[in-house]
Design a protein around this ligand. Structure first.
Ligand SMILES: Nc1nc2c(c(=O)[nH]1)N[C@H]1C(S)=C(S)[C@@H](COP(=O)(O)OP(=O)(O)OC[C@H]3O[C@@H](n4cnc5c(=O)[nH]c(N)nc54)[C@H](O)[C@@H]3O)O[C@H]1N2
Ligand SMILES: Nc1nc2c(c(=O)[nH]1)N[C@H]1C(S)=C(S)[C@@H](COP(=O)(O)OP(=O)(O)OC[C@H]3O[C@@H](n4cnc5c(=O)[nH]c(N)nc54)[C@H](O)[C@@H]3O)O[C@H]1N2
Ligand code: SF4
Ligand SMILES: [Mo]
Length: 723
């Protein structure tokens, strides 16, 4: 039964009274009149844009306006459900902070509206000049989305630059590096069918993807044992059996010690290792020194717990795993994160869980078609070196975007095209980012609102929101390959906005490169879908189509490593000047008795740096005071703090003020700040000034192996304000 608290009831009645006094209809009659009315409701399938998951959605519209959004039942990530953000983001179409026309920066730093024609001609002309001298000095940066993933690299090929970048530098570059050179890529965990799942700094209850939450629920129903390794008791707790409150930055030691138990007690999958791995002998020798006793001192987790969990996981193998994780534990967080990624991939290999039910599964992508090159000339990829060539182990399809400002100051990067990403707020120290972007000869930002990055660009080009435009087909690898389409679901709200594919096409034309872009998105999509035996109109009708061509379980594929096998020793690492075999590395910094490590993580109702400006989602923050800094209760009390006190957080880089939340749910050596806050753009009227961002405190620093900003390698002091 629905429980209505007195407070909610009073709030609701106050709202009804307010509506009535405005002459509006009361809720009951509104519902009868509209909510139940099915007439004139159009349902168009598409996909969400509120986070990297990009779940399938069904958009309900009425008379061309948004009515509601629901989860697409066929989409592998939504499976019929969307999260709070999926609902909240939809209002962005009608946000008063939308950019409504192209803008050009004036001498005094303010912006003036210009025509699209002027924007295309001026940007095209400037790029042409830069490209004539140095094509490799142009970079493209994005949140990887289908339109950008196609148009960005093609545009770079057309001008002769190799410099594609996306946001993984502050997301999963380190994990990806460790996994890729070890097992050839990042598989998906078959959580639903697993019997023993360890999550290292990955929280399905905070960094939400609806299908993942459903899978974990199913695993629990099947009796799976779930361990959370996190310095913070995160919000996956209700689905977990055990919480290991690890010392931040020491997960590598835990995984090495669990591997030691599997190897020394001969609990690993010998047949799998004999058939599908190289270098095991050398690894087995080095792993000897990483005993549970040693790891207890490093991690703070008892040796008995480490041994027990390793043995229990071995018993459950191959239906056991350390889930592949994403950002929080070792995606981009510590100097040893790439090495942790390597150790995790190898631990799973010891369990022999690759391509096994309940283990790690390499998905299958749809085999999409290409444009006919006889009609649509295809530019050749550039042969120039990348501007981040000093990170040889990092996937060049992601790159190390945080070096761009440094390279700009050195004159190596001269122009940047930035689309749907906010490096100034999200890629480490904003002052360093702003200085770097200002050093460029040309910066172009394509966005829907004035992000912190848009605020420092030379040109800001507005797109229609994700509900108002068509995009390039999204290919989804998984247990079964799938394709998904974003399409126009409501009437365009601001007529002077232009989708990114057309922006690229027009800039290319202005540069005399229009022949490489002589097609529409529809024509491109038709060419892409043709080999699948699906028509574009079928895809437009269904939105998501899953192809009935499942991955064959139990058959280990040739891995995408140099040897085609699991690499317990890596020549790639050796060639790049790093250790052939996985080994313990200390985190870069360590707090002392008077300081803390600053860590961060997601909140289920916000994404990165851009949903705090949405009224419904921001209201949740306000209702729950959830921008607060978490501090261990005992330490807080020792410092004379109480819940809600205002404190100053000081690092070598910045000072911030915020209220504290005292809790037993956090390790005493760190403080935790939720990641969505600290917007400072004047164009984000609701978000500006709410909370602070950990990124203010992250200096410009790059991990040479994994190519990330090592965002938890930050020490802060906490002081009660007013003392
Ligand atoms: N609500 C929401 N969901 C999202 C997103 C979002 O912005 N908001 N973004 C999506 C994207 S792009 C990503 S990358 C994923 C991220 O998904 P996750 O990686 O799950 O996200 P986080 O919450 O950043 O990190 C998870 C946990 O890592 C813990 N952690 C911090 N330091 C350490 C450590 O040293 N060791 C260990 N073991 N744990 C540590 C944090 O306390 C946190 O609870 O979420 C996706 N889903
Ligand atoms: N401060 C902070 N930094 C972070 C994170 C965080 O939570 N907080 N998370 C980290 C992680 S895990 C990741 S993956 C990265 C993500 O980093 P980003 O990809 O940079 O994500 P956002 O910060 O949300 O920025 C998205 C930008 O896209 C714009 N946008 C929204 N819709 C559209 C659209 O339809 N078209 C266009 N052209 N633009 C649009 C938004 O206004 C916003 O400026 O950030 C990392 N850095
Ligand atoms: S997880 Fe939520 S915000 Fe992310 S794409 Fe799916 S519905 Fe949208
Ligand atoms: Mo991410």
């Amino acid at each position: 039964m629905l429980q209505v608290s007195r407070r909610t009831f009073l709030k609701a009645s106050a709202a009804t009274t307010a509506l009535a006094s405005l002459g509006a209809i009361e809720f009951q009659s509104w519902q009868t009149l509209y909510a139940n009315e099915k007439e004139n409701i159009t349902i168009t399938p598409s996909f969400c844009n509120a986070c990297s998951s990009k779940c399938g959605i069904l958009v309900y519209s009425k008379n061309g306006r948004l009515w509601k959004v629901a989860g697409h039942p066929d989409h592998p990530f939504s499976k019929g459900k969307i999260c709070a953000r999926g609902h909240g983001i939809a209002t962005i179409a009608y946000s008063p902070d939308r950019i409504k026309e192209p803008l050009k920066r004036k001498e005094d730093g303010t912006f003036e509206p210009i025509s699209w024609e002027q924007a295309y001609q001026e940007i095209g002309q400037k790029l042409k000049e830069i490209v004539a001298k140095d094509p490799g000095s142009v970079v493209f940066v994005e949140d990887p989305r289908p339109t950008g993933k196609f148009y960005g690299p093609r545009f770079l090929d057309a001008i002769g630059s190799p410099n594609y970048f996306n946001h993984l530098v502050v997301c999963s570059n380190a994990r990806d590096t460790g996994f890729t050179h070890t097992i050839g890529g990042v598989p998906g965990g078959d959580v639903a069918n697993s019997k023993y799942i360890m999550f290292i700094g990955r929280s399905y209850g905070d960094g939400v993807r609806p299908a993942s939450v459903q899978a974990l629920g199913a695993a629990k129903d099947n009796g799976a044992y779930v361990v959370i390794v996190d310095p913070r008791l995160n919000n996956t707790a209700p689905l977990a059996d055990e919480w290991l409150s690890i010392r931040p930055g020491t997960d590598l030691a835990l995984v090495l010690a669990m591997s030691n138990v599997l190897v020394t007690e001969e609990l690993y999958d010998k047949e799998f290792i004999a058939n599908y791995a190289i270098g095991f002998e050398e690894y087995a020798k080095t792993i000897q020194e990483y005993t549970p006793e040693w790891a207890e001192k490093v991690t703070g987790i008892s040796k008995d717990t480490i041994s027990r969990i390793a043995r229990d996981m071995a018993k459950a193998k191959p239906k056991a795993m350390i889930e592949q994780s994403w950002r929080g534990g070792f995606g981009c967080t510590y100097a040893n994160s790439a090495e942790t990624g390597r150790a995790v991939a190898l631990f799973n290999a010891l369990l022999g869980n690759i391509q096994q039910k309940g283990g790690y599964i390499f998905g299958k992508g749809p085999k999409l078609g290409k444009l006919d090159p006889t009609i649509h000339p295809t530019p050749s990829p550039s042969t120039l070196p990348r501007v981040d060539a000093e990170f040889p182990l990092v996937n060049p399809h992601a790159g190390v975007a945080s070096v761009i400002p440094q390279k700009a100051k050195e004159g190596i990067v001269k122009a940047a095209i930035i689309i749907q990403t906010n490096p100034v707020r999200g890629y480490s120290d904003p002052n360093y980012m702003i200085e770097g972007l200002r050093a460029l000869e040309l910066s172009v930002v394509i966005d829907v609102q004035m992000s912190e990055t848009a605020m420092v660009a030379d040109y800001v080009l507005p797109e229609p929101s994700y509900l108002e435009r068509d995009d390039v087909i999204e290919a989804l690898p998984g247990g079964k390959p799938a394709v998904c389409l974003r399409q126009k679901t409501i009437d365009v709200v601001h007529p002077n906005t232009v989708p990114a594919d057309q922006i690229f096409t027009e800039i290319a034309k202005a540069m005399g490169l229009g022949h490489y872009f002589n097609f529409t998105v529809d024509e491109l999509n038709q060419a892409m879908i043709a080999p699948l035996g699906i028509t574009l109109s079928e895809l437009k009708k269904k939105g998501t189509i899953v192809i009935d061509d499942p991955v064959e379980l139990g058959v280990v594929p040739k891995l995408k490593t140099p040897s085609g096998k699991v690499e317990f020793v890596s020549e790639n690492y050796a060639k790049a000047g790093f250790s052939r075999v996985v080994k313990w590395m200390e985190p870069k910094v360590k707090p002392d008795q008077d300081s803390f490590r600053l860590i961060t993580g997601k909140q289920s109702y916000h994404t990165h740096s851009y949903t705090t400006n949405l009224p419904y989602l921001l209201q949740i923050t306000k209702d729950y005071n959830s921008e607060r800094l978490w501090i261990n209760k005992k330490r807080g009390i020792e410092m004379g703090l109480k819940d809600g006190d205002l404190v100053e957080v000081e690092s070598a880089n910045a000072k911030s003020q915020v209220k504290v939340k005292l809790t037993e749910r956090i390790h005493p050596e760190c403080v935790f700040v939720p990641s969505p806050y600290g917007n400072f753009s004047d164009g984000l009227h609701l978000a500006k000034g709410v909370g602070f961002s950990y990124m203010d405190h992250v200096p410009y620093q790059v991990d040479p192996i994994g190519g990330t900003s090592m965002i938890h390698e930050v020490i802060v002091k906490i002081r009660k304000v007013g003392i």
